[in-house]
Design a protein around this ligand. Structure first.
Ligand SMILES: O=C(O)c1ccccc1NCC(=O)[C@H](O)[C@H](O)COP(=O)(O)O
Length: 219
């Protein structure tokens, strides 16, 4: 199975086009006002139209209520909902039923104890995204450019697909894949020149590096 590459936090036509041209499988759009990558619904609609089926559109939200999710659905028409907050298993089930979209649940990781939630989420989610657990005083739960200890996933047995994220960049993604055997990689800060400012050349370099390491992926 081929490695999935997701470029997250896109917010301009130019950088979205760079990701699509370079062959990103998933493009992520952040709907979380405290984030430097937050999109208005209007911009989300415009960028969503630009994708034209060339990649899967992923809507990232954090503990969003139904009204917010409904607005995002209407504007972006996402293919996948990335739930990056503290959404419970019951909330995941509710969101899937209500919005009829595959759900990618983010599991924040700092220690092995963080993996205890997996059986619950695995029963409902379509995919898991492992990300570094944000520090308690962080203004957002992700997109901080910090990695976690990939060895925590070394002996993972998971019945559904999973991706890895957190502090990835073109130079370390091969090692992350070697250790975790993840089926996909997700990046935001590692393809930026400043928080929220994507760099087309860094996007291309990341996707090139991911394709070069593709044979390491098994899940
Ligand atoms: O990007 C944000 O600002 C953000 C805000 C709130 C929750 C999650 C957020 N980003 C998550 C991602 O972009 C990715 O899914 C992933 O965590 C990669 O982040 P990075 O470490 O910056 O590469």
């Amino acid at each position: 199975m081929s490695l999935l590459v997701k470029i997250c936090g896109l917010s301009t036509r130019e950088t979205l086009e760079a990701a699509l041209d370079a062959g990103a499988d998933m493009v992520g759009f952040v709907f979380f006002p405290p984030s430097p990558r937050h999109l208005s619904l209007e911009l989300g609609r415009e960028l969503g139209r630009q994708v034209k089926g060339r990649a899967l559109k992923v809507a990232l939200t954090v503990d969003a209520d139904d009204a917010t999710l409904g607005n995002v659905m209407d504007a972006l028409s996402p293919d996948i909902l990335q739930l990056h907050g503290k959404e419970s298993v019951a909330r995941l089930r509710d969101i899937k039923l209500r919005f009829d979209r595959p759900v990618m649940k983010v599991v924040p990781v700092a220690t092995s104890a963080d993996l205890a939630v997996l059986p619950g989420y695995a029963a409902i989610a379509d995919r898991i995204l492992f990300d570094a657990r944000a520090p308690k005083d962080a203004t957002r739960p992700g997109g901080l450019g910090a990695p976690f200890d990939w060895h925590l996933l070394e002996n993972l047995q998971l019945s559904l697909p999973y991706m890895v994220s957190g502090g990835l960049h073109a130079q370390n993604l091969a090692e992350a894949l070697r250790v975790t055997r993840a089926g996909g990689v997700d990046v935001s800060s590692g393809v930026e020149s400043a928080p929220g400012v994507k760099d087309p050349e860094m996007i291309k370099a990341f996707i090139r590096a991911a394709r070069a390491t593709q044979e390491l992926s098994v899940r």
